[in-house]
Structure formats: structure tokens, C-alpha cells
Write a protein that binds this ligand. Structure first.
Ligand code: NAD
Length: 541
């Protein structure tokens, strides 16, 4: 920025459209959905701004309609991945030197493209490829991604404005350099917004990126890539490769120019990545930044003073929206015996009222889980719960994969607070409840804290301030996002920066300045105006 201290538009959250019957946005997204359903597309790799097709392909299908083919995507070879590295490093020469206002312009334009001409398309792609109902698609692939792009631009300028003190004799300046090398972005299937944000946030700060989307999110990843290109992300700055995750990761992380990984996904995969980085540590030119947001076993705790209707609603939404496939989804609940019967009654009523099926039918609250292996895993836990003496299924328990991967929202009640589904992340519509005696409130809080390896989200419900205060303290380290009298899902960029600790990640808070700091390496420049000409200090006499 040579000729002005520019100010960027103040970031505001993108309003969520409601898609009510008869609304224009509903008609538009349904029309786009139907057109996309019929059109078979191809998703090539994107390397150096070019579409690359290879010999190996895989098909894409809607999880709620798995025999139908939406198209194919191409799988990268090792050579393609090496080309992506080379091309990124070449692009870095110009991109890292690009004035920040030009980078801001590109990503603000991307936000506006999603808010307008691409909104129906990115929502329909997320509905088709990841089986989100329209509301879940809208809050993720449209609004959250727009928010990430807009807020990150503002945060970038706030970071750049942070400067040290200077004196009349010396001027101290900090410049926030991009990392030397390239960033590897690895993204999960469950949020289109995360898929877009992980490469974009690093690129915004002047980095070049090789991005590997999840194989089950490629369909909407293509729309993101189209938006990036139309917004003007230059060739080579964000390269997209799909295929064998292990080969791609090994190739990228073997490069001496690997300078950071921006990961969201499961804990086991992240630990494997960290291990590989550790093994290669002496080969790198710079210590790589390791950012990973990973799994959760998120809880709701309800005190005897809480409102049973509010608790049941938080459970119904928090556990079952997007079929429980949110990292923040409530999957273990601790409910006071005083209110349990009321909570149970409403929860069962609510779950029975859910309609399940294709997202094209907008009356459906529940759609399918992402793929067959997830379906089979969930079905096996449900079958086990049917056999176990210390578990009782009070609603749900059915499943059917003949047309789509449909698992009925299922509530298990257990007498064992360490029952397997109270501890293990299942990532599906299965909620387990432990009913505690009111006198055991304090011990129960210890139990919540000590039950799982994770610490992502959690919620406490109570009308008693002393009880709330006790829970806030006792669960200080049990969740990176902690909710009082609210469900533990639905974090909004700019309002609830998101991330957890323990096995849930490095807690670098996506959608905050803190995350952007990880993609820069500050350089301090001290300029002395009149340099000394004699080494002797006055004390030497
Ligand atoms: P996943 O770990 O299976 O996949 C994530 C990414 O890693 C994908 O791109 C995948 O292809 C890749 N991958 C898989 N195996 C790999 C390997 N051996 N080496 C390198 N890369 C590999 O996760 P998922 O099923 O896509 O997403 C669900 C998980 O993500 C859940 O555990 C959820 O809690 C977590 N998640 C966390 C957050 C958060 O903010 N904490 C947000 C969303 C999802």
C-alpha cells in the first residue's frame, strides 16, 4: 500500500435467508438443485489455474440417493501433486509481494459472488453432495463462508495496523510476511465453509496453498474453486488436488518448502499428520505451522432448575441437525432426575415429528449421513445398544441404506456414564443420555470433565446462578466453546470464534484474528535516523 491508509468495508454477518414456501430464494435453489441433479459434471484438479484431468476417476453421488451419479472427479498422481508444489512456489514470487488491498479486493469479491450469483448454486451443491437440508446449507455454504471471507479481510487490516512504539531517533515497523514456502490445507466433508476458508485464509495473508478437499465434498469444492477463479485468485495461488489422502499428504509434507498445515477433520488423522511432520522436521526450511481443528464429544448438562422445554429443544437441534455430523453436535447429555421425565416426553415427541428424506423435499429436517462406512459404523453402535443391558433406546434405532444412507435419529439412555456412546465420537444422529441424581451435581460435573479426550463444545442449562458459576469453573477446560442456556452448535463468525483444546485441536479459533496470526511471520524493521559514530558510552568516562 503505497498511497493511502485504506479502510475496508466493516464486516457484518450475512443475513440468513428463510426459504419459506413461496419465497423467491426457495424457488431458485430448488430449480438449481433439479438442474444440477440431472447434469453429470466432471471435477478436474486445478493446478496453476488450469483444469487437469488424469486417468483415474471416482464418482460422486448424493448420500440420500446413492445410486444416482452427479458426476466424476479426477484423482491426482504423485506427479500432479509435485506440479502443484512447483506452481505454488512460482506463484508465490508475485503473490507474496502483492499489496494487501489487492488481496482484500479478491476475497471481498469472492464473498459478494457467493452472496449473489453463486448462492443458489453453492447451496444446491451442498444439498446434493453432502445431504444438507436448505437451512443447513444456507448457514454453512452461503452465510458462514461469506462471513469468513469478509471478517478475515477486516482482521487482516487490524493485524497490519498493530505496530510497535517508535522514538524520535528510531522508527520501528513490523511487516507481517507470509510464510516462506507453501501451506497445505486439508478440509473435512461436513462444512463447505471450512473447505473454502482453510485455503482462503492462508492465501489472504499472502501465502500460496495446495488444497485437498475431502473426497465426499468435492462436488461443492468445485463451486468454491469456480468462485475463487472468478474473483480473481491468480493462477497457482490456490491449487486443488483430490485423491489418495495419504499419498497427497506424504508428497506435500516431504517437501522442504512445506511451511504449514491448515487442517480440519478427525483427531486420529491429525495426529498422524503431526507425527509425519515431526519425523521430517530436519528437512524443512522453516518450522511448519500446525493448525488442526479436530473431533468432539460435545455435552449438554441440565441442572434441576433448568427449563425442560428449553433443554429438550437444545437436545433436538444440537444433536440432530445435519444428522449430528457437526463437530459441535451434542452427543452426550447429563440430565437432572427432577426434570428428566418432562425432558424425555418432549424430546421423544420432537424426534418422532422429524421428517426424514431428500433435501429436495423441504419438509425434511433430517436427511442422510455422508457415506456407507459412516452408515455401517452408526448401525453397528445402534445394534450393540439394542443388546447391551446398560443401554436403552427410547426413540429411533432404525436404519435403511437401500436408497440413501438413512439413520433414524436415535436417543440412548444409559445407566453407565462411561458407556461407549458417552465417550466415543460417532459423528451421526445418535445421542446418549445419563440421568443423574440432583445430590450428585458436583460429582457429575467432574464426570463430564473427565469422560472424554475431547474439549470442543459444551452447554449448561440452569436458572440458578450459583449452579451456573460452579459449572463454568468446573468445566473450564472441557470445552473451547461453552454455552450457557443454549445448544452447543451454531457458532457464528465474528461472534463466537470456534475451536477446542485437548484432543479437539490446537484451538486457533477459526473466524478470528488468532487464526490469521498463524499464517504470517512478522519481520521487525528498525530504522535509526542518525547512527552513532563512536562506540564509547558515557559511563566509560
Ligand atoms: P476425516 O479426518 O476423515 O477427513 C478430513 C480430511 O483429512 C479429508 O480431506 C480427508 O481426505 C483427509 N484424510 C483422511 N485420512 C487422511 C490421512 N491418512 N492423511 C491425510 N489426510 C487424510 O474427517 P471428516 O470425516 O471429513 O470430518 C469429520 C471430522 O472432522 C470429525 O471428527 C469432526 O469432529 C471433525 N471436524 C472438526 C471441526 C472443528 O472445528 N473442530 C470442524 C469440522 C469437522
Amino acid at each position: 500500500m503505497g498511497k493511502g491508509f485504506f479502510e475496508v468495508p466493516i464486516a457484518v454477518n450475512e443475513p440468513v435467508k428463510d426459504y419459506a414456501p413461496g419465497s423467491q430464494e426457495r424457488e431458485e435453489v430448488l430449480k438449481t438443485y433439479r438442474e444440477m441433479y440431472k447434469a453429470e459434471i466432471e471435477v478436474p484438479l486445478f493446478i496453476n489455474g488450469k483444469e487437469v484431468k488424469t486417468k483415474e476417476t471416482a464418482t460422486m453421488s448424493p448420500p440420500h440417493d446413492h445410486k444416482h451419479v452427479l458426476g466424476t472427479y479426477y484423482k491426482a498422481t504423485k506427479k500432479n501433486v509435485e506440479e502443484a508444489i512447483e506452481t505454488a512456489l512460482e506463484a508465490r514470487k508475485k503473490w507474496a509481494a502483492m499489496p494487501w488491498e489487492q488481496r482484500a479486493g479478491i476475497f471481498l469479491r469472492a464473498a459478494e459472488l457467493i452472496a449473489g450469483p453463486y448462492r443458489a448454486k453453492i447451496n444446491a451443491a451442498t444439498m446434493l453432495g453432502q445431504s444438507k437440508n436448505i437451512y443447513q446449507a444456507e448457514i454453512d455454504s452461503a452465510c458462514e463462508l461469506i462471513d469468513f471471507l469478509r471478517f478475515n479481510v477486516q482482521y487482516m487490516t487490524e493485524i497490519y495496523a498493530e505496530q510497535p512504539e517508535s522514538t524520535s531517533s528510531a522508527w520501528n515497523r513490523v511487516e507481517y510476511r507470509p510464510l516462506e514456502g507453501f501451506i497445505y490445507a486439508i478440509t473435512p466433508f461436513n462444512f463447505t465453509a471450512i473447505a473454502g476458508n482453510l485455503p482462503a485464509s492462508a492465501a489472504l495473508m499472502g501465502n500460496v496453498v495446495v488444497w485437498k478437499p475431502s473426497n465426499t465434498q468435492v462436488y461443492s469444492a468445485k463451486v468454491i474453486m469456480d468462485v475463487f477463479r472468478e474473483a480473481g485468485v491468480p493462477a497457482g495461488v490456490i491449487n486443488m488436488v483430490m485423491g489418495d489422502a495419504v499419498m497427497i499428504s506424504d508428497t506435500l509434507m516431504a517437501s522442504p518448502d512445506f511451511s504449514g498445515v491448515h487442517f480440519t477433520g478427525s483427531t486420529g488423522v491429525f495426529q498422524g499428520i503431526w507425527q509425519k511432520i515431526g519425523n521430517n522436521i530436519s528437512n524443512y526450511k522453516t518450522y511448519p505451522r500446525i493448525v488442526g481443528e479436530t473431533g468432539g464429544k460435545d455435552f449438554i448438562v441440565a441442572h434441576k432448575t433448568s427449563n425442560p422445554k428449553q433443554v429438550a429443544t437444545a437436545m433436538a437441534r444440537g444433536a440432530f441437525e445435519f444428522q449430528g455430523q457437526k463437530c459441535s453436535a451434542a452427543s452426550r447429555c447429563y440430565i437432572s432426575s427432577t426434570i428428566w421425565e418432562d425432558v424425555k416426553k418432549q424430546l421423544i415427541e420432537d424426534v418422532r415429528s422429524f421428517k426424514m428424506g431428500t433435501p429436495e423435499d423441504m419438509g425434511n429436517f433430517i436427511t442422510a449421513v455422508i457415506n456407507e462406512s459412516s452408515f455401517d459404523k452408526l448401525a453397528s453402535y445402534i445394534d450393540q445398544a439394542k443388546k447391551d443391558k446398560n443401554a436403552e433406546i427410547i426413540v429411533g434405532g432404525g436404519y435403511d441404506k437401500s436408497k440413501g444412507y438413512f439413520i433414524e435419529p436415535t436417543v440412548i439412555v444409559t445407566k453407565d456414564p462411561k458407556y461407549t456412546t458417552m465417550c466415543t465420537e460417532l459423528f451421526g444422529p445418535v445421542l446418549t443420555v445419563y440421568v443423574y441424581e440432583d445430590k450428585d451435581w458436583t460429582e457429575m460435573l467432574e464426570l463430564v470433565d473427565g469422560t472424554s479426550e475431547y474439549a470442543l463444545t459444551g452447554a449448561v442449562f440452569s436458572e440458578d446462578r450459583y449452579a451456573l458459576e460452579e459449572a463454568v469453573k468446573a468445566l473450564e477446560n472441557a470445552a473451547g466453546n461453552f454455552y450457557i442456556n443454549d445448544k452447543p452448535t451454531g457458532a457464528v463468525v465474528g461472534q463466537q470464534p470456534f475451536g477446542g483444546a485437548r484432543a479437539s485441536g490446537t484451538n486457533d479459533k477459526a473466524g478470528s484474528k488468532q487464526n490469521l496470526y498463524r499464517w504470517i511471520s512478522p519481520r521487525l524493521i528498525k530504522e535509526t535516523f542518525v547512527s552513532p559514530t563512536d562506540y564509547r558510552y558515557p559511563f566509560l568516562g
